[in-house]
Design a protein around this ligand. Structure first.
Ligand SMILES: Cc1ncc(COP(=O)(O)O)c(C=O)c1O
Length: 342
């Protein structure tokens, strides 16, 4: 039994440390709905610059950032095309249908990545029978794909095809920071191919709350209207923006540690019998662990009793996400705990 829990359920479980809390406490704030919050404005400008976009807007969550993008780039009755395992489709509570009134056309990607040919094949003929496709969404890194990173060449190929068909493009970059850290391609290098990009400060970067949507001044103005309509405009929210600024400054460069820890975990688990591990495909901070015949929820409970927390994401699948609360020694301890399972 370990002293404290090693929490590998998600990179969203982090708590703000003392320096982040101090940055939040000393933030200069104002009513952001009236345009008075200098800390929010600083974060929005900085995020727009990092992503090479004209404008950015602070929002409470990645889900809201994605859904405002969809609403801003489509009309009700349109079709949007995305991978069948996309977060937007699987985990955003039916929002594309409920909030934007669009239907989804799902592509059968590999670890979340689909090809230009798959996109081309999925596009319907121009005919009144079909919902007109208007938007393609890509997720990078891809959560259900196991933290997979889109190679830039694949993004170029898919986005060129989308453009040829007059489609808009949104990047769900909740973990774009991880993609950039793993690939060496800058966030702006990825963002360049998209009309809108969402990013999260509250995942690997360790802020308690907050995401942003970036794009042209026009599209962000439209999204700002929808944010207000959906109740996402906030008042003295510089307190949260200060945490995000602090996270960008202090925690971006350490994402490579999470990736190294995740690789070490994958390589260690791959040596144990009875587990299915894609060690070679472990590119960032996520690892899906096939449990064979063993019940994943029961296994998660036993691991929890031994001080290691993981999520059961399917009947025979566990998910581990390395994050800033877990160091390399704790990865070794996790491997020991797994090794003691029988
Ligand atoms: C790829 C991806 N996009 C979007 C989101 C949504 O973020 P939030 O939980 O802040 O709504 C998540 C959350 O885990 C995610 O993994």
């Amino acid at each position: 039994m370990l002293n404290g829990k090693i929490d590998l359920r998600s990179d969203t479980i982090t708590q703000p440390d003392t320096t982040m809390r101090e940055a939040m406490a000393s933030a200069v704030v104002g009513d952001d709905v009236l345009g008075d919050d200098p800390t929010v404005q600083e974060l929005e400008q900085h995020t727009a610059e990092l992503l090479g976009k004209e404008a950015a807007m602070f929002v409470p969550s990645g889900t809201m950032a994605n859904q405002l993008a969809i609403r801003s780039l489509t009309r009700p009755g349109d079709a949007i095309l995305l991978d069948a395992n996309a977060h937007i489709h699987c985990y955003e509570a039916g929002a594309p249908a409920a909030l934007a009134g669009v239907q989804v056309s799902l592509l059968d990607g590999q670890r979340g990545l689909f090809t230009a040919e798959q996109l081309e094949t999925a596009l319907p003929p121009r005919d009144n029978h079909f919902a007109p496709p208007s938007l393609v969404c890509i997720e990078n890194t891809h959560n259900r794909g196991g933290g997979s990173v889109w190679p830039l060449a694949e993004i170029e190929s898919v986005t060129n095809t989308a453009r040829q068909h007059g489609l808009a493009l949104h990047l769900d970059g909740a973990r774009l920071w991880n993609a950039a850290a793993a690939s060496g391609v800058s966030e702006a290098g990825y963002a360049d191919h998209f009309d809108t990009v969402s990013v999260c400060f509250s995942k690997g970067l360790g802020a308690p709350v907050g995401s942003a949507l970036a794009g042209t001044t026009n599209v962000i103005a439209k999204a700002r209207f929808y944010r207000k309509q959906q109740g996402g405009a906030m008042r003295q929210v510089g307190i949260l923006a200060a945490a995000a600024i602090h996270a960008l400054e202090h925690n971006r460069s350490r994402l490579a540690n999470d990736h190294a820890n995740c690789r070490a975990l994958a390589n260690g688990l791959a040596k144990l019998p009875g587990l299915e591990i894609d060690a070679a495909g472990t590119e960032t901070n996520m690892l899906f662990i096939g449990t064979g015949r063993r019940d994943a929820a029961a296994l998660a409970e036993r691991l929890n009793e031994s001080g290691v927390r993981l999520l059961a994401t399917g009947p025979h699948t566990l998910r581990a996400v390395t994050n800033l609360t877990v160091n390399s020694e704790e990865i070794n301890q996790t491997l020991t705990v797994f090794g003691q399972l029988n």
